[in-house]
Design a protein around this ligand. Structure first.
Ligand code: NAD
Length: 499
């Protein structure tokens, strides 16, 4: 399918994609695929205002009916899964299976949210006063501002939006300036769902095109009750205090530096498969990518050998071609950051395998690399940073205690895993003295989470939780109600006042 047909299927008006100042380039070949107008500060304020108006109407719609809109969105996504997946591949450089996988994740969260729309439960609480009842109710919160990163250009929006819509909120979305087309396509699909739904207020989803300044205007607007921001720790450090300054709510999903521990009892073939997917999938550009391997010295040589073989045969190439496992980096800056990290690793005694630029002749304006495996003498400074590229640092350990200390010894706390068949090690890893991450897996890699669980991490990852479990509570406000059905007015704590 050529790109004009793709835009048409996804409801994108080609004429609106050729004027403005924001160049959209495909990381597949570096070519320009669109030029968009960026929103001004005034337009941003207007879009937030429209979303706020929409919220005031939407909060009165019963939650199960709000769920119907999300069900229709899920239907649109099912119908256009291939097309949207392909646009993700073109705009973010994901291989076809991962582009479509991202859309499947959107469909899954819509299904989850539809069920949730009948389960926004509060509690009934025993009152200490006779003739009184206490309860907790959950109400719609307001406008939810979503800021998203380039590497999950559509799924992160859907995690937030499917829940926000059933919770009775409106959404204003500031996608990454590197991936605005997929955002416009999602907006068009939601509009189609809204037309079929009938009476949804128009401003329910605003999309803001632009970079950091547009994001800042969203962050600073007091009408935005919750800012859900996904991106680098640098971004979170700026956004968090600004939102706190105006006592808004923040949900931060920031960088990760995810490790896999491989113990002597591990199934090494299984571990190697899990490590390969986690470290080289999406060209190492997932927040949950495996960046550190902490392996027991007795199995390290065998495992590293297996990995080197797998790395050498992992096909690097266009994400649009069948058989490719490793697509491009997003841009030149990502490539340069990777090379700088490899230089630093070498300077600290690291032995680097792979990491070179690939396919430069075929794609001079795109940045393909062979994934790098780096054997480090210890967990040095560069290992403790998140470099958003396919670099796997390998460190050896002697005791499981040391492995846990190393796993937890970085500033980030998103995802982690242990490969072991020793029950004690597995249980310790998931216990209070084990991994300090928001995600701690056993015999599964660090990436590829399911939507049913709460997703997010600790420390510099920001502490937010999205997606499944009770993450919906962040998108609502809680009221505690005490109802007196007696003829007396007793005070709590037995206080007598004025009699
Ligand atoms: P980034 O921080 O450069 O940009 C993310 C978004 O924030 C973009 O939309 C950008 O325009 C916006 N932004 C940047 N500075 C801002 C500011 N001061 N105020 C308001 N908005 C601002 O990140 P990126 O390069 O697009 O994505 C990669 C990073 O995202 C990695 O660190 C990765 O780990 C992280 N990430 C985390 C998760 C998670 O769930 N924890 C998921 C995906 C990506």
């Amino acid at each position: 399918m050529d790109i004009t047909e793709l835009f048409k299927e996804l409801g994108l008006d080609s004429s609106a994609l050729s004027s403005g100042t924001l160049q959209v380039r495909s990381p597949v070949d570096g070519a320009s695929i669109a030029v968009l107008s960026e929103h001004t500060r005034n337009e941003t304020i207007q879009i937030i205002g429209q979303a706020h108006e929409a919220f005031l109407a939407w909060r009165r719609v019963p939650a199960p009916r709000r769920g119907e809109l999300v069900r229709l969105l899920g239907e649109e996504l099912r119908t256009h899964k291939q097309a949207l997946g392909r646009l993700v591949s073109i705009e973010a450089g994901k291989i076809t299976a991962e582009g479509e996988g991202e859309v499947q994740e959107m469909i899954d969260i819509c299904d989850f949210a539809v069920g949730l729309s009948r389960q926004l439960y509060g509690l009934t609480i025993a009152s200490e006063r006779p003739g009184h009842r206490m309860m907790e109710t959950w109400h719609p919160l307001g406008v939810v501002g979503v800021i998203s990163a380039f590497n999950f250009p559509v799924a992160v929006w859907s995690w937030n939006t499917a829940l926000a819509l059933v919770c009775g909120d409106a959404v204003v979305w500031k996608p990454s300036e590197k991936t605005p087309l997929t955002a416009l396509a999602c907006q068009a699909l939601l509009r189609r769902a809204m037309e079929r739904f009938g009476d949804a207020p128009q401003g329910l989803l605003g999309v803001l095109i632009g970079g950091r300044e547009v994001g800042e205007a969203l962050v600073d607007d007091a009408r935005v009750a919750l800012v859900s921001a996904t991106g680098s720790t640098r971004m979170g450090r700026e956004v968090g205090p600004r939102v706190a300054q105006r006592f808004g709510r923040c949900l931060l999903e920031l960088g990760g530096n995810n490790a896999i521990i491989v113990t002597p009892s591990a199934d090494l073939d299984m571990a190697a498969r899990g490590i390969l997917f986690g470290a080289v999938g999406t060209a190492g550009q997932r927040c949950t990518s495996t960046r550190r391997l902490i392996v027991h010295h007795s199995v390290a040589d065998r495992l590293v050998e297996k990995l080197k073989k797998a790395y050498a045969s992992a096909r690097v190439g266009s994400p649009l071609e069948a058989g490719t496992l490793v697509g491009p980096l997003i841009d030149r800056a990502a490539f340069e950051a990777m090379q700088l990290a490899l230089e630093q690793a070498r300077a600290h005694g690291g032995a680097v395998f792979g990491g070179e630029r690939q396919l430069q002749d075929a794609y001079p304006d795109a940045f393909y690399v062979s994934p790098a495996l780096v054997e480090m003498p210890e967990q040095t400074e560069v290992v403790c940073q998140e470099t958003f590229a396919p670099i796997l640092y390998v460190m050896r350990y002697e005791s499981f205690d040391d492995a846990l200390t190393m796993q937890n010894g970085v500033p980030q706390g998103l995802s982690s895993a242990v490969f072991t068949t020793d029950l004690r090690e597995a249980e310790r890893f998931t216990s209070p003295e084990g991994s300090d991450c928001g995600i701690a897996n056993v015999n599964i890699g660090t990436s590829g989470a399911e939507i049913g669980g709460a997703f997010g991490g600790e420390k510099e990852t920001g502490g937010g939780r999205e997606s499944g479990s009770d993450a919906w509570k962040a998108y609502m406000r809680r009221a505690t109600n005490t109802i007196n059905y007696s003829r007396e007015l007793p005070l709590a704590q037995g206080i007598k006042f004025g009699d």
